[in-house]
Design a protein around this ligand. Structure first.
Ligand SMILES: [Ca+2]
Ligand SMILES: [Ca+2]
Length: 260
């Protein structure tokens, strides 16, 4: 078994599966490691840069958030909507099961971290999951897009065989807020490990509300399942702050006048 992402970089030799070497890494160790990884990531290339807090562990989604195992989607690239979430694809991204050599491999459950989503087993994901294939490194090409009916500030996902070239882009409408890459989502240098050591449950909290997240990958592949999301906390809108500021100025003005 090999862990290389074939097809995208044929010049790169395949490397032996490292999952065997990580098989002895117990969940406790990885949980401790996860506690050490608390990365605040500044969004880049964005007009309104968002700041993301990314945690990755075997773990799972926190309580009280919306969970979606994505099994309601038909396999293939048609996408669909369940009201709160619309999933759409640009080929060659889509809904798949199992593994296809050189293209995608199922995320792997550990420590029953899929139980809350109905996946009550450890090992390779047997349900439908999403893959975003090769986008050629350009804005055209494979995309798996999650569009939410309302704004969110939290996203969780079971991120399988994390690769450094996997990218999540967060948007407010068409405005890019920032990105989180596989390098920021893994406890170790991401190497596309298709064993239990390469899949993480990644929790991302943004300081800026988003309503669209797009998964891209410059090579095969970005595989994920069991997303979780939560709406924006009640924070004042910018216009509200302006009005509040104006109100305080007016109050200060009246106070000064009252003293005269
Ligand atoms: Ca699923
Ligand atoms: Ca992968």
């Amino acid at each position: 078994m090999y862990t290389c992402q074939q097809g995208g970089h044929p010049q790169q030799p395949c490397s032996p599966d490292r999952s065997g070497g990580l098989a002895g890494t117990d969940d406790m160790t990885r949980t401790v490691l996860s506690a050490l990884l608390l990365a605040t990531v500044l969004g880049s290339s964005a007009a309104h840069a968002a700041s993301f807090t990314v945690t990755a562990s075997v773990g799972g989604a926190p309580a009280g958030v919306t969970l979606d195992n994505l099994n309601w989607l038909a396999t293939g690239g048609a996408g669909g909507t369940n009201g709160g979430l619309t999933v759409s694809f640009v080929p060659d991204a889509g809904v798949v099961t199992g593994a296809r050599s050189g293209r995608y491999a199922a995320p792997v459950f550990s420590n029953l971290n899929g139980a809350a989503f109905g996946d009550t087993y450890n090992g390779a994901n047997q349900s439908r999951y999403l893959t975003s294939g090769r986008d050629g490194g350009s804005t055209a090409g494979a995309e798996a897009a999650l569009t939410f009916a309302s704004y969110q500030t939290y996203l969780g996902l079971l991120w399988g065989s994390v690769d450094s070239y996997n990218t999540l882009s967060f948007y407010d409408g068409h405005t890019l807020l920032g990105r989180v890459t596989g390098s920021q989502a893994s406890l170790v240098a991401p190497n596309g490990d298709q064993g239990p050591g390469g899949t993480y449950y990644v929790n991302i909290v943004s300081d800026t509300a988003f309503n669209k997240v797009v998964a891209t990958s410059s090579s095969y592949a970005f595989e994920f399942d069991n997303i979780a999301y939560d709406q924006a906390p009640a924070v004042p809108e910018a216009t509200t702050l302006v009005l509040l500021g104006a109100g305080l100025l007016g109050l200060a003005h009246r106070t000064r006048r009252g003293r005269r």
